[in-house]
Ligand binder design. Structure first.
Ligand SMILES: Nc1ncnc2c1ncn2[C@@H]1O[C@H](COP(=O)(O)OP(=O)(O)O)[C@@H](O)[C@H]1O
Ligand SMILES: [Mg+2]
Length: 456
């Protein structure tokens, strides 16, 4: 005890864990303005959640604010970063581009801290996917050292906040080569729409500022004056109560899940909901410690609301693979339903005498016909189904996901195709029959959600 140990590293450590201004100044000019602003409150709570990963054994991961430019995304990252540090030329926030050059160094430096990554648009989709995956996985690549032995891979544990105009999934798919985000990636990097729905970008409550632009500019300036003190104060509290952290957080997360995780949700959703729960717990702990100047429950409300927004944009509580399968088929019908599907029966266009008009369907994908209960069903030819509709996906899994929901009619033999007589074919053809339900089933905002919205 009492021994002083000095760590000598091979290079100078380029960190931004600096302090300036005061905790009171930070509370007055920055933190209190997060009240009633779900995204800001979530971002700030995330800053305090990072050091809870270790004592609670939670997994690394991040939140990505996705939306149009000049909506306050970078501002939210700067605000959250100010809880940890700032100063220097760059401040606390890093960019995706800088991170791709030295991912392992940057990630290692932010172990148990918050990492803010601005502007995903600066890297290409493939790179973004790899960075996101590695960051959340917590391990870098192992490499050979100069002597040829394998050097252990760098490891870290962190939470990150990111911003970009596209979601990670769209970013990965952006080059059009059929690449898609794995379900695991979508669980680790939770995509939150930057638009909070109040017509003010990321914000919902301007606290008397003339407009959102002035509010954002104030926050950025204030974050360059006051930073670094809040997490130090928080860490002092954590150290004093270290053994009590895990059980206290667990209680809070359990309660959060009880109140906010949708019943019957898929396991991927529970994992994401638990991350929101951890963030809520951190925000409440920082509030109870007098560091976040918020009313009790604010952090939890913000996390619950953002979780709801994530769920709403994700398309329900099903596994990500199923959501993706359904949206791929929907998208194909929306794009090509009118142009590449030949009409059958009463849908066939007729001339003024009622005689059918010959249809010219270049690049035909299949047929469409009216069904008895109303609506149109689409009959897709197997080759188109495999190579186009399900491009980049496992066609058999897509069929199963659709059959489970009655979006695809299974054949009498249990096969996903149905043998059907089609115009122009001499014998019945196996095809995929998409039922009208796939386009009809879109849910409304539920009552719980409407009640939550009333709070913001
Ligand atoms: N919600 C908003 N509405 C209008 N202007 C905004 C909003 N948020 C930020 N701005 C302004 O847009 C500029 C960029 O802000 P920033 O937070 O970097 O946005 P983003 O990262 O979303 O592009 C700043 O001048 C800021 O004052
Ligand atoms: Mg920005």
């Amino acid at each position: 005890m009492g021994e002083r140990i000095i760590l000598q590293t091979s290079g100078s450590v380029d960190h931004a864990l600096r302090e300036a201004g005061t905790l009171e100044g930070w509370q007055r000019d920055i933190a209190r303005y997060a009240v009633g602003n779900s995204r800001l409150a979530l971002a700030l709570s995330t800053a305090f959640a990072a050091p809870l990963l270790y004592p609670t054994g939670s997994e690394s991961g991040g939140f990505h604010f996705r939306g149009a430019s000049s909506t306050g995304k970078s501002t939210a990252l700067v605000v959250a970063g100010s809880a940890w540090g700032g100063g220097g030329i760059r401040g606390y926030v890093r960019t995706w581009r800088a991170t791709s050059n030295g991912l392992e160094g940057v990630a290692g430096m932010h172990c148990d801290c918050l990492l803010c990554l601005d502007e995903m648009g600066q890297v290409d989709g493939r790179e973004a996917g790899q960075i996101a995956y590695m960051l959340a996985n917590g391990v870098g690549k192992s490499r050979a050292s100069r002597s040829g032995e394998a050097r252990p891979a760098a490891e870290w544990r962190l939470l990150f906040l990111s911003s970009g105009e596209l979601s990670l999934a769209d970013k990965i798919a952006e080059d059009g080569r059929g690449r898609r985000a794995a379900a695991g990636q979508q669980v680790r990097i939770v995509d939150i729409p930057a638009d909070a729905g109040a017509g003010m970008g990321m914000f919902e409550n301007l606290h008397g500022f003339a407009n959102a632009d002035a509010f954002a500019r104030h926050l950025k300036v204030a974050a360059s004056e006051h930073y670094g003190h809040p997490t130090r104060a928080f860490l002092r509290v954590l150290v004093d109560e270290f053994d009590a952290i895990a059980p206290a957080v667990k209680d809070h997360v359990d309660e959060f899940l009880r109140d906010n995780a949708p019943a019957g949700a898929d396991g991927q959703i529970s994992r994401v909901a638990a991350r929101f729960g951890l963030v809520a717990a951190a925000g409440e702990m920082a509030t109870a410690a007098g560091i976040l100047p918020w009313p009790e429950g604010e952090a939890t409300r913000a996390a619950a609301w953002c979780l709801g927004d994530w769920l709403a944009h994700r398309g329900g509580i099903e596994p990500a693979e199923d959501v993706e399968a359904i949206s791929a088929v929907r998208r194909f019908i929306e794009l090509h339903g009118a142009s590449r599907f030949e009409a059958m029966g009463e849908l066939v266009p007729t001339d003024s005498q009622g005689a059918p008009i010959e249809q010219r369907i270049p690049n035909r994908a299949g047929f469409r016909r009216r069904v008895d209960g109303g609506g149109t069903e689409y009959l897709m030819l197997p080759e188109v189904w495999r190579t186009e509709v399900c491009a980049g996906l496992d066609a058999a899994s897509v069929a199963k996901a659709l059959i489970r929901r009655d979006y695809l009619a299974a054949g009498g033999d249990g096969k996903p195709q149905v043998k059907t007589r089609l115009p122009g074919f001499t014998s019945p053809v196996r095809c995929y029959v998409i039922t009208p339900r796939i386009l009809g089933d879109e849910e409304d905002e539920g009552e719980v959600r409407a009640a939550q919205r009333a709070q913001f």
